[in-house]
Design a protein around this ligand. Structure first.
Ligand SMILES: *Cc1c(COP(=O)(O)O)cnc(C)c1O
Length: 417
């Protein structure tokens, strides 16, 4: 299904014209498709239906309550990386018994809150964290469910900022140290060993590193069993990449085949932590052209969205497709534009060197912005964060009101006189 179609020359999300949303809500505005989110989740669930499994949506990809609510209704669990994300999951009606907690820096307060909420598992990322979780669980007279996030030292072939499975990365415990740490965990009175976890990076478009990492994990699981350490689940981490431009990420069915083959001798329940692949192509950023500007070297379309709304181009040099909301006639004069925001940074661009028949006041859709878009937004340049809308068939719902400057300064104080 493609939820983005031109009908009568106007770009729609499902059955709603984007121009209607812009007129009612203003721009910049994130727009998501409920059907696309649902379909992406269903593809995952279907690919693994023959195995006992749990999909734990990676909340950090897009943490809006409506999106969490939708995934919770579809039966999803959640992968969280902070106490704040735990509160979001609970506020959205998510089941804490389906929550796994990842991240290298869990604070005492976050560990306590997760224990009291009754989460499924802590993905432990260091020897020190294991001791801390044991101590806090003991103080609460509880046992903490844990798994070790093991760093398999494989090159995922992705952008260095989102590669996480190399030994120089901060994530997980070294592969060679894992058996000793499991032995230590078994000796601790306030933890229960539940599983093993690995996550080698994001936006993976090649399955070979996944197969290699899971092969190592399968070997480790067998070794642990020989040591008398029984696991209940194997957590294979985040999902595959998505198509932004000309990438050719494998379909979920191929990913599933590789995962199931690598773990063919393993009978454990499988956990998955996909984020981008569920939300990325289910959303866009709607923006309006404020000015067209002919520079000496190139032309600029200055739009009302900026790097504070969507930081991926500035941070990862990421590519997002740009579509005109009113379909452009191929005959109209076109120019090549850098699509830039109003922020005082040269890095403030959303797209570079795109051929557009642009006019001032036109609406543009920055595509594939459903994951790591709004969740990474900031208030830089005192820009209130964008509104968010979820389209559902012929209707849409505002799922987050646009911020106001009064929200931004509400917690600040002038000096005493
Ligand atoms: C970010 C993250 C994910 C999600 O990765 P995607 O590429 O968005 O699927 C999963 N697990 C962990 C531990 C993460 O940090």
């Amino acid at each position: 299904m493609n939820p983005y179609q031109y009908k009568d020359g106007e770009l729609h999300v499902e059955d709603v014209p984007l121009a209607r949303i812009a007129a009612a809500i203003g721009t910049p505005c994130y727009v998501y498709s409920r059907a696309a989110l649902t379909e992406a989740y269903a593809a995952y669930a279907q690919a693994f239906e023959a195995r006992d499994h749990l999909v734990c949506y990676a909340v950090k990809a897009n943490s809006n309550l409506a999106i969490l609510d939708l995934f919770a209704r579809l039966g999803s669990g959640f992968d969280i990386v902070s106490g704040g994300e735990l509160k979001r999951v609970l506020a959205a009606g998510g089941d804490p018994a389906k929550v796994v907690f990842s991240g290298v820096g869990k604070s005492e307060e976050e560990i306590r809150a997760a224990l009291q909420a009754g989460i499924l598992c802590f993905n432990i990322e260091s020897a020190s964290e294991l001791e801390r979780v044991n101590r806090i669980a003991g103080a609460l007279r509880m046992r903490a469910p844990i798994s070790l996030r093991v760093n398999p030292d494989v090159d995922a072939g992705t952008h260095p900022y989102i590669a996480t499975g190399l030994k120089q990365n901060k994530f997980g415990v070294a592969y060679a140290d894992a058996p000793a740490l499991y032995a230590r965990a078994r000796s601790l009175p306030h933890v229960t060993i539940e599983g093993v976890d690995c996550h080698i990076g994001s936006q993976l478009t090649d399955l070979a590193p996944i197969a290699e990492a899971l092969g190592k994990i399968a070997d480790l699981v067998a070794r642990l069993e020989r040591d008398g350490i029984e696991l209940k689940h194997v957590d294979v981490g985040g999902g595959v990449g998505i198509r932004y431009q000309s990438e050719t990420p494998p379909p979920i069915s191929e990913y599933a085949a590789v995962v199931l083959k690598a773990l063919r001798n393993d009978r454990h329940k499988l956990l998955f932590e996909p984020g981008r692949v569920l939300a990325g192509n289910a959303g866009l950023l709607l923006t309006r052209i404020e000015y067209l500007k002919q520079g000496e070297d190139r032309s600029f379309a200055v739009v009302d969205a900026a790097m504070n709304d969507l930081v991926r181009p500035a941070l990862y040099d990421a590519w997002h497709d740009v579509l005109a909301v009113v379909q452009q006639s191929p005959a109209a004069p076109a120019d090549v534009y850098d699509v830039v925001g109003p922020i005082c940074e040269t890095g403030d661009f959303l797209a570079r060197a795109r051929r557009l028949n642009a006019r001032e006041g036109d609406l543009l859709a920055i595509m594939s912005a459903g994951a790591y878009g709004m969740s990474m937004a900031s208030n830089y340049n005192t820009r209130p964060r964008a509104a968010e809308v979820m389209v559902d068939g012929g209707e849409y719902h505002v799922i987050r009101d646009r911020e106001e400057v009064s929200d931004l300064i509400a917690r600040e104080r002038r000096l005493p006189s």
